[in-house]
Design a protein around this ligand. Sequence first.
Ligand code: AR6
Length: 176
Amino acid sequence: MQIKNKKSSSPIRIVRGDITIMEVDAVVNAANSQLKGGGGVDGAIHRAAGPGVMEECRGIGKCPTGKAVVTNAGSLKAKKIIHAVGPVWRGGNANEETLLRSAYETSFEAAVRLGLKTIAFPAIGTGVYGYPKEAAARIALAAGNKYAPHFDRIYFVCFSDPDVAVYESLLNQADG
Ligand code: AR6
């Protein structure tokens, strides 16, 4: 797993790897509003966490797009899973930006409320849901900067080197 960030005063770190092995207080999931599990990072998290988490999701029922719900973390090395629901990309004129920002901010708010100090996010919405990667990374990093004072570490976990490069170039731009 590679960890890079020039700006050591910031809690934000860009990581390449599998979010299910992160040792953090909160792992964020890119869920669907039925909380039914699926492919991608959602499938990986539920497989790694075990059936108790799916049972908890069934008990909660649904989660609107742009919001998040919290469960225990089962077998993950985390205290909680925050299941955030990003928007399906429909071309950019269907409120996608507001909904993705809200998915990040609602997740951060839930973690703050629970006193969680370290958190790991996948690139919500950028897989099956089709949100353009750079635009999504901008929203993720802006939310990270907004909530940075509340956290010891905020990891953005990328699944590929090109995804890491997108986040890093945006971070470097921000560093000037
Ligand atoms: N660790 C970190 N990132 C991952 C992992 C992993 N183990 N696996 C995939 N990714 P997606 P979405 C990356 O499709 O677009 C599901 O079926 C992946 O490369 O998982 O929000 C849900 O049930 C991509 O960059 O989530 C929903 O129905 C990112 O995670 C729907 O897909 C998000 O891709 C949600 O779609």
